[in-house]
Design a protein around this ligand. Structure first.
Ligand code: HXC
Length: 257
């Protein structure tokens, strides 16, 4: 594991996964997501583990998918890359996953957090789907999960403008369970994890599965459409311009092509 750190028993029955690409604000490239998938599969099988916490660092949970690795890709490259099969392991994991978030949780980072089961946020956390600013759209569930979490009007505003939500706003809209001072977010995530870890792991997993089912009835269809539309943006000149402008640190000029 190069881009994440895994501690199986950080506390009894509680495992910790730390995303660890600090220089790139934990931008989620395929290798990092494959490491997350492999760790989740192993922890799901490990009988000593009952609850999993995933975190980044104080500055960022993750600032999105890796724009530098995507910038030049065609729609067909993106389709063939099939990266979401890896991402799917987050929602397939049977044990509860708590995201402990400080700093940026943007784009794919916000989608990653929303795929987890519960969220503890530092007061510095910032959530958002800024893909529209680089000529693309959310591709890892943002259009579906954010809409379910915050309602249609707010989801439209956030996804169509790319505005960020503060931790307090995210709490108000039900996106996160609790907001605490920066020094406390990991501690609070562990407190929640330890409470759940004392309970029957069988009942916990069955309850998790049932709650997710209430959510997923139309989710598969929504995710399929979102993925197709996300790939389609890579056929546009606007996506090329948007990502190039980010890398060159200038404002993008979109022409609608
Ligand atoms: C690649 C990234 C990155 C990203 C930051 N970096 N986000 N590299 N992909 N998503 C890099 C920067 O290029 C920079 O590298 C370093 O991390 C520090 O970032 P700065 O921009 O200098 O920091 P700051 O000025 O504090 O601004 C922080 C920020 C900004 C507001 C989070 O970095 C930002 O806007 N990032 C992009 C957010 C975004 O658009 N996310 C959505 C991505 S698309 P250098 O080498 O210059 O030091 C997406 C689609 C998901 O997620 C689809 C499913 C997979």
């Amino acid at each position: 594991m190069e881009l994440i750190k895994v501690t199986e028993q950080k506390e009894p029955h509680v495992a910790l996964i730390e995303l660890n690409r600090p220089k790139e604000l934990n931008a989620l490239n395929p290798q990092l997501m494959q490491e997350v998938r492999d760790a989740l599969i192993a922890l799901d099988k490990n009988e000593a583990v009952r609850v999993i916490i995933i975190t980044g660092n104080e500055q960022a949970f993750a600032a999105g998918a890796d724009i530098k690795q995507m910038a030049d890709k065609s729609a067909i490259d993106m389709l063939l890359l099939d990266q979401f099969t890896t991402w799917d392991q987050i929602r397939k994991t049977k044990k509860p996953i708590i995201a402990a978030v400080s700093g940026f949780a943007l784009g794919g980072g916000c989608e990653f957090v929303m795929t987890c089961d519960m969220v503890i946020a530092s007061e510095t956390a910032k959530f958002g789907q800024p893909e529209i600013k680089i000529g693309t759209i959310p591709g890892a569930g943002g259009t579906q999960r954010l809409t379910k979490a915050v309602g249609k009007a707010k989801a439209m505003e956030l996804i169509l403008t790319g505005r960020f939500l503060s931790a307090e706003e995210a709490h108000f809209y039900g996106l996160v369970n609790k907001v605490v001072p920066k020094e406390m977010y990991l501690h609070e995530a562990f407190a929640l994890a330890k409470e759940i870890a004392q309970l029957s792991p069988v009942a916990v997993q069955l309850a998790k599965e049932a709650i997710n089912r209430s959510f997923e009835t139309h989710l598969d269809e929504g995710l399929t459409l979102e993925r197709k539309n996300f790939y389609l943006t890579f056929a546009s000149a606007d996506q090329k311009e948007g990502m190039k402008a980010f890398i060159e640190k200038r404002k993008a000029e979109f022409k609608g092509q």
